[in-house]
Write a protein that binds this ligand. Structure first.
Ligand code: ATP
Ligand code: MG
Length: 874
């Protein structure tokens, strides 16, 4: 049976049992801070299981994309572990329980109309004292007791070890189903019976839950392997071609039993996982899920490198992944180019340093052997990551091949010492307490009326949270910690989809609450702020008033964001997809995919395009519709975003259609003006544009204009000439700097050299020299320095410009010579006739310009004679 058929059969089977078929949740659930990747089918139903939300259905079935980093080291080695895999699940929220879960699983596995597996090849396990499950397997299914194993809480309890070690909260025993192949056995399905609430330590700490749940997970690939009679998941129809393709791009043949065979399976697994993650806009990076992607990619590149591949190759497999997964995930095919580009970039990055890294690692290993050390130190590991980009996990597994262990604590300490996050950890906070829990059980959420209005006068207070606890009233004006008010309906928009939360106030007779931020929690809107007057109690009626000027500015920025998104894709290409955005009052920040910086011309074209749409005053409208219809209508969808069944589509004429819950203008003309103020890189392959709208855009231009005007008036030129003037000034400044840096050096002549060349007449230093390239300014500086360093001194410096027919002399005398009545003016005058020039100055400093450059040497020679005579006579 083909894997695609198995997937479909499973979902269809459970539909016949009344389960609602739900789509897979995203692979990277950004809404869930407790996990980096979706680890199991039940993840999207956590709130259902914990009774934290009102239920629209009590039975569900899914095929869920999962990624488990904990299994990375098994990949390629065991027959049945992937990082990315699909889990088929059926779920009951207080509805059917053990009997149905077990009998249906059995029916699906063994019935000829479904999988028709040989019952003799199946065995099960139950939790130690779960006689109920054992009884059903034995008496109702008819399994002999020899094929019903009993396992402890480490294997057959969820969460593992919960009875003895906790955590407190919902938990329950499991029952696993194994298939026995000719060579071994494999767990294909796990049924979890969540039936207890754990309260404290044993004994008697497992209390029955009033409402019991079922959570089951069947491995799609494992079951397909069983059905297809292949020895490993990697040989099923949707994976073997990928392994073979990996062999091809690595220019080798796939031999399942070789070390390279393991490498190729790992490459296939990792590239598939990364293709899905990057598709959902998770790019390789320094922490959390981004780090996992980086680590997987680098591991695969290393495997390729160790088979002799020196060029990027992984990106060449993205198309194969999309093709093999086309039936369940057609959207993958829409992003293969972008995904391949991202993967390619990361490959090249790593390949640049990999050889140096491998050399270094070899050296470390040799050193460790010679020193008899068995543990890779944290410093070595941190250095490998920072200098050569080797993720520590990679280093660790290479070390393991030499039987070395790895000092993780040392590594983390070292990274922290450098102020760097040491990669991602995955933690589970399933049982975090939630002050809104009881509200969520009782109500669907707050009604949002903010699309139509900014004010309602009959909102009812349904929740107050102070100090993290739900309470009946708040009356302490002037409290430090903000408090949270929940209303039955509200015009306040809680921060979501990039749009910031509203601010404003809640008020009634003698009561005022200042709302400084609005957030959402599930379907509830949280008004966060401070009590300014009076008190507030549950069931009070209040007027909720959003600060409307700010709201209007946010609407401008939000509608402009949609225009910008469309314009970017038009001008740069369809790949320029949104990666993230922040919409604030007349301020927007938009991150999108683009391999290079956007040029100034492109930015201008994009800005023009948006503003052209603004001047057209296009109508903006929105509509609620089924997700499928929106897709049909061509609405732009972001991969990795979790969309509900009914979506809100915001359209700007026919120009842009996006799924968006935000608040928009009625007409693009209200944007006024969009001005892009920055374009920068935020991550590899991701750019960020910052722009302003409305009055903020105008204000920005004003400030710029004022600065220009001021600069122009300082330089006494029209603003248009500023660039030219500034350029000239900078050139001059550069020249001066150069001269100063050389201690007044002009074309290789320094003050020091002049002093060295000085002729002593008596005790006076006589310095007479041509200094090519010098000018009056420089000569004056040099003379100053010579006076300081070589007094008593008589200096005459000359330079000439043959082309222009000019020559110049500057003469200087130190103070004591002037006191002896020597005169620099007389000195220059005595020689300036030779260069057909005249000059003047003071006794200590004189200057002459002439028109006969060729005569400069002659003039300088005459100057030597003259000064000698002058010194003699005085
Ligand atoms: P195992 O002990 O074999 O790692 P598990 O106990 O971690 O499995 P569960 O958490 O119970 O598995 O997940 C439910 C089912 O998902 C398993 O029965 C198996 O079929 C499948 N599964 C779990 N982990 C993986 C994986 N890394 N790769 C492929 N399938 C998996
Ligand atoms: Mg496991």
């Amino acid at each position: 049976m083909k894997t695609d058929e198995l997937r479909e059969k499973y979902l269809a089977f459970f539909e016949t049992k009344g389960c609602v078929r739900r789509p897979s949740d995203v692979l990277v659930p950004r809404w869930d801070p407790s996990v980096l990747f979706t680890p199991a089918g039940m993840n999207q139903f956590k709130d259902h299981f914990l009774g934290r939300c009102k239920l629209d259905f009590t039975r569900a079935t899914t095929c869920q994309k999962c990624l488990r980093t904990g299994d990375i080291d098994n990949v390629g080695r065991t027959a049945y572990h992937h990082t990315f895999f699909e889990m088929l699940g059926n779920f009951s929220f207080g509805d059917y329980f053990k009997r149905e879960a077990i009998t249906w699983a059995w029916e699906f596995l063994t019935d000829k109309r479904w999988l028709g597996l040989d019952p003799a090849r199946l065995s099960v396990t139950v939790y130690l004292d779960d006689d109920e499950a054992a009884g059903i397997w034995r008496d109702e299914i008819g399994l002999p007791t020899s094929r019903i194993g009993r396992l402890g809480e480490d294997e057959n309890f969820w969460p593992a070890h919960a009875p003895s070690q906790g955590p407190d909260g919902v938990c329950g025993p499991c029952s696993e189903i194994y298939y026995h192949t000719d060579s071994g056995e494999v767990e294909i399905w796990n049924l979890v019976f969540t039936q207890f609430n754990r309260v404290g330590d044993p004994p008697d700490n497992l209390r029955p839950l009033p409402s019991k749940n079922i959570d089951t997970g069947m491995g799609l690939e494992r079951t397909a392997a069983v059905l297809q009679g292949v020895e490993t998941n990697f040989h099923i129809d949707i994976l073997r071609p990928l392994v073979e393709a990996a062999a091809e791009v690595c220019r080798t043949k796939y031999d399942p039993d070789s070390e390279d065979g393991r490498r190729l399976r790992r490459i296939a697994d990792h590239v598939r996982a990364c293709a899905f993650a990057v598709h959902e806009n998770v790019y390789p990076g320094p922490n959390k899920e981004k780090y996992v992607v980086k680590r997987l990619l680098r591991r695969a590149v290393l495997d390729g490198r160790q088979m002799g591949v020196r060029e990027p190759f992984l990106h060449g497999l993205v198309g194969t992944v999309a093709e093999l997964m086309r039936t369940p995930y057609p959207e993958l095919s829409e992003t293969t180019t972008r995904v391949a580009n991202v993967i390619r970039a990361e490959e090249s990055n790593f390949l640049d340093t990999i050889d140096a890294g491998l050399d270094r690692i070899e050296k470390v290993f040799e050193q460790m052997k010679s020193q008899g050390r068995g543990v890779v130190s944290g410093v070595e590991a941190a250095d490998m990551y920072q200098t050569h980009g080797f993720p520590p996990e990679l280093f660790e597994s290479m070390a393991a091949e030499h039987n070395f262990t790895f000092d993780w604590k040392g590594y983390r300490d070292e990274m922290e010492r450098h102020g760097i996050e040491s990669g991602g950890g995955q933690k589970m906070e399933l049982f975090k307490t939630d002050p809104l829990e009881s509200l969520k059980k009782a109500m669907h959420g707050s009604e949002f009326v903010g699309y139509e209005t900014t004010e309602v006068d009959d909102a009812k207070v349904i929740g107050i949270i102070a100090a993290g606890q739900l309470c009946d009233k708040a009356d302490e004006v002037g409290h430090d910690q903000p408090i949270v008010v929940v209303l039955d309906k509200t015009p306040f928009y809680g921060e979501m989809g990039g749009q910031v939360g509203d601010v404003g106030e809640l008020a009634s007779e003698g009561f005022r609450f200042e709302v400084t931020d609005t957030q959402v929690d599930g379907a509830f809107t949280l008004h966060i702020g401070h009590l300014r007057e009076g008190e507030i109690s549950l069931n009070d009626k209040v007027t909720a008033r959003v600060e409307s000027t700010r709201r209007q500015a946010i609407r401008r920025a939000h509608s402009a964001t949609h225009l910008l998104h469309a314009a970017l894709r038009q001008k740069l290409g369809q790949h320029a997809q949104q990666q993230g955005s922040k919409v604030d009052a007349d301020l927007l920040r938009f991150d999108f995919t683009n391999p290079t910086a956007v040029t100034r011309d492109e930015l201008a074209a994009i800005e023009d395009e948006v503003n052209a749409r603004v001047t057209q005053a296009m109508p903006i409208g929105w509509q609620l519709m089924p997700l499928a219809d929106a897709r049909q209508a061509g609405a732009m969808m972001l991969f990795g975003e979790k969309y509900p069944d009914t979506v809100r589509m915001v359209s700007v004429g026919e120009y842009s259609k996006e799924l968006c819950g935000g608040i928009h203008l009625d007409n693009t003309g209200e944007v006024g003006l969009l001005k892009i103020v920055a374009e920068e890189s935020v991550a590899a392959g991701t750019r960020r544009i910052t722009a302003l709208t409305g009055p903020a855009a105008l204000g920005y231009l004003r400030r710029r204009e004022a600065a220009l005007t001021e600069a122009a008036s300082l330089l006494r030129c029209p603003p248009e000439e500023l660039p030219h003037r500034v350029e000239a000034l900078m050139k001059e400044a550069r020249q001066l700097k150069k001269q100063l840096a050389g201690g007044g050096q002009v074309q290789g002549v320094s003050v020091e050299q002049l002093i060295e060349k000085a002729e002593k007449l008596g005790e006076v230093n006589v310095i007479i020299s041509e200094v090519p390239g010098g000018n009056a300014n420089v000569f004056r500086q040099m003379i100053d320095q010579l006076r300081r360093k070589a007094s008593p001194v008589a200096v005459m410096l000359g330079s000439r410009d043959e082309e222009q027919g000019k020559v110049m002399l500057v003469a200087g005398l130190s103070r004591d010579l002037v006191e002896r009545k020597l005169d620099a003016v007389a000195w220059t005058k005595a020689v300036s006739a030779l260069i057909q020039g005249g000059g003047g100055g003071r006794p200590d400093l004189a200057q002459a310009g002439g028109k006969l450059p060729a005569k400069l040497p002659e003039a300088l020679a005459a100057a030597r004679e003259k000064i000698a005579a002058m010194l003699q006579s005085k």
